[in-house]
Write a new protein. Structure first.
Lengths: 297, 297
DNA sequence: TTGTAAGCGTTATCAG
DNA sequence: CTGATAACGCTTACAA
């Protein structure tokens, strides 16, 4: 009765009384028993590549907020940027605790029949995808640079193999043709050494796949005495909190990470409820212009 | 039998055969049924104030790694810096999914008999606590500043009410007596406006309760044209990734957030296993000296 | 409107 | 060493 399925079967007075008594005694339905009986755990798993990256923290918060509202619980799986762990981790989830999966840049062993939503992946796969409008993001960034008068633009790309980064590269190529490119890892230190090579290229502006990569470029530029934006304009992607506090503040593509997480959860909830969910949903992005971009010298 | 409780009751050959068949058919024990029968879900909940803060991301990763090794699952609850949500959120957990709680700067309704570990809280409460050696952290920072020759030191304190911040203030007071203090919120923008007031004080160095607060101070200093460390030395706390990329790189107290998370999980696991756990465990910290500190002008 | 009973998939116990 | 059986706490269907 406490599950709310009593529609009109019992009197309001009785219901009231029972609820009061339940509250009085501190009664809590046993979720394990309910899960066993109904086959539904009201819990979803979120798989992220690196929870240490603040971007995923925001996605997680969005998903968790939405989940909480629907009285779902979210269990976190952090792949730790280590693809080897991925299979094992996801495998563990399939064993049961989760009704469905929110997969951020992760794949499922093919044929595994499970409810899942993929985040920031290419559409056309087995599961619905929810993603950022990456193409619009690079368009905004490139338009801004082009308007400023830059013609020699470089690309500091992520060396993490994920569709979202392929999309960035493809869009840049489509707009500008081949451009000087370096691949950088997702840490300030690593990105710094990788990005240093970009300073030897003949470019007046660079687009970075992510703010962290831009941070690495800042480090390299500082070490080499190249001034931003005087000698080099730089634009990042994600608008992480620290972009604001860089010197100079970073011009970057702002994305709604929490919204992305929340949207992914809603899609999964809809799927679990048997509703049909669109094969692809994309979140708009915008450009936040700060002080790291200026006309070329 | 698959639960491994068959110690010598069946032959190795039989066991082998059964396991093979199980793997063949893709059999997975149903966790809900197991949880119902055994009363144990092999799952713990981690409650954090703000998952958006990279510090908690690191704690979460540490806890998750340790949990995964023990084949536990961790469910996340993000309070969102909103104390009002806290009770409701924790309440939801008590309903069942979690065998135990990892409470970061959170309290449990008193008397709630549950297995829990408190992180970064004052010892002496109902549950064992695991925390950073905050006192040593401020000692390191203060010693460093004192050695540099600073005598007029200010304190940018967190306005978030948590024992760890009380500890910092108490230690500073014990070492230096009353010092100019401003309270700042946990965002760059908010901290910037709060920290601006510190620039009007007669101080040559500032200790910040957290790197984020230090970032706010950087912003205020930049706006007012005060140079770091020329006019003002600043030291932060936590050694978040972005501390490295600030200009100048921030001198800060480095803490092992992942280790903290892992330690907290182990303590909880021990508690769950019926082992006794020490009422207080503290993690050592160290000072990372970078370029935001120098002798007073 | 209310009561009763079956069964979800495990694990544990107790005879065989 | 093996096989049958009860019980965990809940939901649901059906009988009263």
């Amino acid at each position: 009765m406490l599950s709310g399925k009593a529609r009109g079967r019992i009197s309001a007075r009785t219901e009231e009384a029972v609820r009061a008594a339940a509250a009085e005694l501190g009664y809590r339905p046993n979720v394990a028993a309910r899960a066993l009986r109904t086959g539904v755990a009201r819990s979803v798993a979120l798989v992220v590549p690196d929870i240490t990256n603040p971007f995923f923290g925001r996605v997680l918060r969005g998903a968790q907020r939405a989940a909480q509202e629907a009285s779902y619980t979210v269990v976190l799986v952090d792949i730790g940027n280590n693809r080897a762990w991925e299979a094992a981790s996801v495998e563990a989830l399939l064993a049961g605790p989760a009704d469905g999966l929110l997969l951020f840049e992760a794949d499922l062993p093919p044929g595994t029949s499970e409810h899942a939503i993929q985040i920031e992946m290419a559409p056309g796969g087995e599961f619905p995808v929810v993603r950022l409008d990456v193409e619009a993001g690079v368009d905004h960034a490139l338009d801004h640079l082009l308007e400023l008068g830059h013609t020699k633009i470089g690309h500091v790309a992520s060396n993490f193999d994920a569709p979202t980064f392929d999309l960035r590269a493809a869009r840049i190529a489509a707009r500008l043709g081949p451009v000087p490119t370096v691949m950088a890892p997702f840490t300030f230190e690593g990105a710094k050494v990788a990005a240093a090579a970009m300073l030897d290229e003949d470019v007046t502006a660079v687009f970075c796949d992510d703010d962290i990569l831009a941070g690495g470029l800042y480090l390299a530029a500082r070490e080499r005495g190249v001034s931003i934006p005087g000698d080099l304009s730089v634009v990042g992607f994600d608008d992480l909190d620290f972009a604001r506090v860089l010197a100079p503040p970073l011009t970057t593509v702002a994305v709604d990470a929490e919204g992305l997480g929340a949207l992914a959860f809603s899609a999964l909830a809809a799927d679990l409820a048997g509703e049909s969910v669109p094969p692809e949903q994309v979140m708009p992005v915008s450009l936040t212009v700060r002080e790291s971009t200026a006309p070329p010298a």
